[in-house]
Design a protein around this ligand. Structure first.
Ligand SMILES: *[C@@H]1O[C@H](CO)[C@@H](O)[C@H](O)[C@H]1NC(C)=O
Ligand SMILES: *[C@@H]1O[C@H](CO)[C@@H](O)[C@H](O)[C@H]1NC(C)=O
Ligand SMILES: *[C@@H]1O[C@H](CO)[C@@H](O)[C@H](O)[C@H]1NC(C)=O
Ligand SMILES: *[C@@H]1O[C@H](CO)[C@@H](O)[C@H](O)[C@H]1NC(C)=O
Length: 298
C-alpha cells in the first residue's frame, strides 16, 4: 500500500496546480494564456499596453476603448500574427494605419466597432494577411482604392449596411476563398466577380437586396442563396439557359450552414471557454481519481 501512497501524492499535487491554473483562468480580467498569446477583454485600454512579452504572437483585446493605434506602442511587438480589437472605439481604418508595423500580421478582427470608412489601402504593408473580419460596424463605406493582397483568403463584412462592393476592391483579392457579405444593403455585385475571384469557394449574401435571377450562375452556386433559387423553378430554368461553363445543378451545390459562420465570430470567447472547460474536466477527473484511490486505500 505504500506504493499507492507514493502514487497518490503526485496526483494531489497535480490537482492543486490544476485548480490554481483553473481559477486563474476563470478570472475575468486580463489573462495571459501563454507566452505567445494574451487575451485581455474589458480592461478599458485606450491603447495597446506596453507590458506584454515582446515575442507575443496573438494580441486579443476585445471590449476595450482603443480608437487608434500608435506606432510607438506597436513597435515592440513585431511578431504579432493575430490582432483582435473587436468592440473597441475604432471609427475609421485610417486610425489603424500604424498597423503597418505588424509586418507578419495574418489575421485581423475589428468587428463591433463604428468603422464608417474602410480603406484597404491602410493594410498595404500587411501583405501576409489571410483573414480580415470586420462584421457589425454600423454603416461602412468601402473606399475604392486598394492594393494587392496576395494571401487574403477570408473577408467578413457582415452587418455593415454596405451598399456597394467596388470591383476595384475585388480585383485586389486574387486568393479569396470565403466572402461574407450577409446583412448588408447590396443590390448588385461587380459583374466580373467570377473572373476576378478565381479561387472563391463560398460567398454569403443572404439578407441583401440582391435578386437571385440577376446573379451569375457560378456565383450563385457558391452562395447561400441557392436555396431560394432551388425553390423557384423559373430561376432554375434561367440558370440552365444562362449556363456559362458551370452548371447550376443541385448535386454540385455544397450545403451551407444556415446562420453562424464560425470564421466570422469573435473566437477569443470560444478559446477562453474551451481552455476553461478543458481545465475543469482535467481537474474533476484528477479529483475523482484521487478520492477513489484514497478510499480504496482505506
Ligand atoms: C473611451 O476613450 C475616450 C477617449 O479616447 C473617452 O472620452 C471615453 O470616455 C472612454 N470611454 C470609456 C467607456 O471608457
Ligand atoms: C438583416 O440585416 C439587418 C441589417 O443588418 C439586420 O438588422 C437584420 O436583423 C437582418 N435580418 C436577418 C434575418 O438576419
Ligand atoms: C447534375 O450533376 C450530376 C453529377 O454531378 C449529373 O449526374 C446529373 O446528370 C446532373 N443533372 C443535371 C440536371 O444536369
Ligand atoms: C434558415 O434561417 C432562416 C432565418 O434565420 C429560417 O427562417 C429558416 O427556417 C432556416 N432554414 C433552415 C433549413 O434551418
Amino acid at each position: 500500500m505504500a506504493n499507492l501512497k507514493t502514487l497518490v501524492m503526485p496526483f494531489s499535487r497535480i490537482s492543486v496546480i490544476i485548480w490554481v491554473i483553473l481559477f486563474s483562468t476563470v478570472k475575468p480580467d486580463c489573462e495571459k494564456i501563454s507566452t505567445r498569446s494574451v487575451m485581455c477583454p474589458g480592461q478599458k485600454y485606450t491603447e495597446i499596453p506596453q507590458h506584454f512579452e515582446p515575442s507575443i504572437k496573438e494580441l486579443i483585446l476585445p471590449y476595450n476603448n482603443i480608437s487608434q493605434l500608435k506606432a510607438d506602442n506597436l513597435k515592440q511587438y513585431l511578431d504579432v500574427r493575430y490582432l483582435n480589437l473587436d468592440a473597441n472605439g475604432i471609427e475609421s481604418t485610417h486610425s489603424l494605419k500604424a498597423i503597418n508595423v505588424f509586418k507578419n500580421l495574418e489575421r485581423l478582427s475589428i468587428s463591433d466597432n463604428h468603422i464608417s470608412m474602410f480603406e484597404f489601402q491602410v493594410f498595404a504593408q500587411n501583405v501576409h494577411l489571410k483573414e480580415i473580419i470586420a462584421n457589425d460596424n454600423t454603416n461602412m463605406f468601402l473606399i475604392e482604392k486598394c492594393n494587392f493582397f496576395p494571401k487574403l483568403e477570408s473577408l467578413c463584412l457582415k452587418g455593415n449596411n454596405i451598399q456597394q462592393f467596388p470591383s476595384e476592391v475585388v480585383k485586389c483579392l486574387p486568393n479569396l476563398r470565403h466572402l461574407d457579405l450577409r446583412n448588408n444593403q447590396l443590390s448588385t455585385l461587380p459583374s466580373n466577380i467570377k473572373e476576378i475571384l478565381p479561387k472563391i469557394e463560398t460567398i454569403l449574401l443572404s439578407n441583401n437586396s440582391i435578386t437571385v435571377e440577376e446573379l451569375d450562375p457560378f456565383i450563385l452556386s457558391k452562395s447561400d442563396l441557392h436555396n431560394e433559387a432551388k425553390s423557384s423553378s423559373n430561376v432554375k430554368n434561367n440558370l440552365v439557359k444562362n449556363d456559362q461553363g458551370v452548371v447550376f445543378n443541385e448535386s454540385n451545390i455544397k450545403n451551407f450552414d444556415n446562420g453562424t459562420d464560425s470564421r466570422s465570430e469573435n473566437n477569443s470567447g470560444v478559446i477562453f471557454a474551451a481552455i476553461s472547460v478543458t481545465f475543469a474536466v482535467i481537474a474533476v477527473s484528477v479529483v475523482v481519481i484521487v478520492v477513489f484511490i484514497y478510499f480504496r486505500n482505506k
